[in-house]
Design a binder for this molecule. Structure first.
Ligand code: NAP
Length: 244
């Protein structure tokens, strides 16, 4: 029996591709498609969806995720913009219900590998900064991928970017946003899709990891993988790299 999937945000850029990818997958089937003006709770109930994929908007994602969990479906959250407190709240609720869920700031294999190897490099280099670049229609900054990368770098090496060298910003923001003591610089331009560089610095050398998504198709194998995997979990996992 294929797994019943509902796509929330089904009429957006990512949602439309997810509907097609899920329907083409031999073990998955789309039983519902919802958007902004739909009753998500009723749609989950009526469609008997086991898994709900969310590709909506940073303003709506926490409320959607809670609603999906309370409806008893497994959330697969691709929408970015969740704060670490919100992710923690979702994890607590899933743990209480022993319900599997996935929050994945990036579903692409290349980006997940970038994060995996960045952790290793961070243990050997003293300094790191992130430059993320996205299309100008992106609603949130910095990207979820950049935030997750910064969290992983800081976990891998708590001494990164120490000691902080005093510097004066002539224009506020010139040194980017600081998250877990990692500067993040966000670029928004038409023509871009989703790109990120992690730059490491050491004594007399730098090392750069770079990932480029040129086509949103790159996210679809990860979406399908998450839909299959999530029903086997009994907790909410943050980051696809945790499931590699
Ligand atoms: P998009 O093209 O703007 O699509 C979002 C869709 O969600 C639109 O159809 C929008 O409707 C709808 N929507 C907005 N608020 C809603 C709500 N409260 N309930 C249900 N539907 C709602 O955006 P996108 O490019 O597909 O990106 C969607 C999200 O996915 C963003 O947060 C983006 O950063 C993220 N993303 C994640 C990954 C990943 O790998 N995890 C990859 C790419 C993008 P309207 O048009 O009426 O507003």
């Amino acid at each position: 029996m294929p797994i019943n999937i509902l796509i929330n945000g089904a009429f957006g850029r990512m949602g439309q591709l997810a509907v097609k990818a899920v329907n083409e997958h031999p073990h998955l089937t789309v039983v519902g498609q919802t958007g902004r003006d739909y009753d998500l709770k009723k749609a989950i109930h009526d469609s008997q969806a086991q898994v709900v994929v969310d590709f909506t908007h940073p303003e709506a994602v926490f409320q959607n995720a809670m609603l999906i969990i309370e409806a008893g479906a497994h959330p697969v959250i691709g929408t970015t913009g969740l704060t670490s407190d919100q992710i923690h709240t979702l994890q607590e609720r899933c743990a209480q219900l022993k319900l599997g869920g996935i929050v994945a700031p990036n579903f692409s294999v290349g980006a997940v590998l970038m994060m995996k190897y960045a952790k290793e490099i961070a243990q050997h280099m003293s300094h790191a900064e992130i430059i993320e670049m996205h299309h100008d229609g992106k609603a949130d900054s910095p990207s979820g991928t950049a935030m997750r990368s910064a969290e992983l770098l800081a976990q891998a090496n708590i001494h990164l970017n120490q000691p902080a060298k005093p510097s004066r910003e002539t224009i506020p923001g010139a040194r980017g946003a600081s998250y877990h003591n990692i500067p993040i610089h966000a670029v928004r331009l038409p023509g871009l899709v989703a790109h990120q560089q992690i730059l490491f610095g050491g004594l007399g050398e730098t090392l750069t990891l770079r990932h480029d998504s040129y086509d949103r198709q790159c996210f679809m194998p990860g979406v399908c993988f998450a839909c299959e995997k999530v029903i086997t979990l009994d907790k909410l996992v943050y980051g696809l790299e945790e499931l590699l």
